[in-house]
Design a protein around this ligand. Structure first.
Ligand code: 5GP
Ligand code: MN
Length: 325
């Protein structure tokens, strides 16, 4: 259901924006696009934005320095806007502010989203939350700074306008944003393609150690805490590894495991074809999109890989899954 942003803002004085844990390009782009727009066009409104530590590559986007990493005590917002989050848990540290806010709005494009806010603007077919934010704004009032943030978010969630979620409307929106004087190539290069030496090293390690399973239809790689320590890498340095794994010729699904605690793994899943990885992630308590999803699971890496492949077989080879049951 399309919403009217100005109607929702009507009568509000103090609002908060929040995105998901380990914020990515679309999360940061949608939050900063909306944050800058509200700051520029709603002088009387107090707007705070809550995001976990933003990776350095994104600091070229205006407003990222204002993001708060801690929630204040005893603060009740008139409105909390949750962006790019499939469920309330994904808000992480800012969730208490969402729970205590007088009113809540969720803007999202995850198919797994079950409309958990008071008002929900959820369009699973949209390329990105940044694209959805664009559709809510008055086009006359979109500044260069707002355009930079939204363009960045759209570019990230479309794999630089390549994934199947890139619709003609997405390209029209990107074109409109480009006309506002932004430096598109620089934004994409600095926030999407450029890697630090450490990021490239850990990517290389993940590719070297990868394995083909399920009759070479699935590729898997694991990065453990001890390797993270060896390379002095932080979780944000792992972004992009699963996409690179997915590029492997012949595979239909890529699975990347990152050990976040002993016997605990953050699993990233990517699909090239017909496999719905969101359904697999959701089965284990996670979520996402048909072709990009994630979940955190406990156990050894073997347990996690076995459990996930058990569900993947249901889609890749329903007859085999039937025999197993
Ligand atoms: P990534 O693999 O890049 O972390 O996430 C891929 C997609 O799945 C993103 O859209 C992300 O929001 C979603 N996702 C990743 N992990 C989780 C999770 O633990 N729970 C839910 N609900 N969604 C997730
Ligand atoms: Mn997104």
């Amino acid at each position: 259901m399309k919403i009217v942003l100005e109607d929702i803002l009507n009568g509000k004085q103090c609002i908060a924006l929040g995105g998901h844990v380990r914020p990515d390009g679309d999360c940061i782009g949608s939050c900063m696009g909306l944050y800058n727009y509200l700051k520029e066009n709603h002088a009387g409104l107090t707007v705070d934005v809550y995001l976990e530590t933003i990776p350095d590559a994104y600091t070229m986007i205006q407003g990222t320095a204002d993001a708060k990493q801690q929630v204040p005590e005893d603060k009740t917002y008139d409105l909390f806007i949750c962006l790019d989050c499939g469920d309330a848990e994904r808000l992480g540290f800012s969730r208490p502010l969402f729970e205590s806010a007088k009113e809540t709005l969720c803007i999202d494009h995850h198919i797994s989203n079950d409309s958990f806010a008071d008002t929900n603007y959820i369009v699973p077919d949209a390329s990105s939350t940044s694209e959805l934010v664009y559709t809510l704004l008055d086009r006359e009032k979109i500044s260069k700074a707002v355009a930079e943030a939204l363009y960045m978010g759209i570019a990230h969630d479309t794999g630089v306008f390549q994934y199947s979620c890139t619709s003609p409307e997405t390209m029209e929106i990107a074109a409109d944003l480009m006309r506002r004087g932004i430096n598109g190539p620089e934004i994409i290069d600095k926030t999407y393609y450029e890697k630090t030496y450490i990021q490239n090293q850990i990517l290389g390690r993940a590719l070297l150690e990868s394995m083909l399973i399920l009759d070479k239809r699935c590729i898997v790689s694991v990065v453990r805490q001890k390797e993270m320590e060896f390379f002095q890498a932080v979780p944000a340095d792992l972004e992009g590894i699963v996409s690179q794994l997915r590029q492997t010729k012949g595979v239909e699904v890529a699975m990347f495991l990152h050990e976040t605690a002993p016997q605990q793994f953050k699993v990233s899943l990517r699909s090239k074809g017909n496999v719905d990885v969101s359904a697999v992630a959701k089965y284990f308590g996670g979520g996402g999109h048909v072709r990009a999803a994630g979940v955190t699971m406990k156990g050894s890496s073997h347990d996690v890989i076995n459990n996930i492949t058990g569900r993947l077989i249901h889609q890749l080879d329903p007859k085999e899954a039937g025999k197993e049951a």
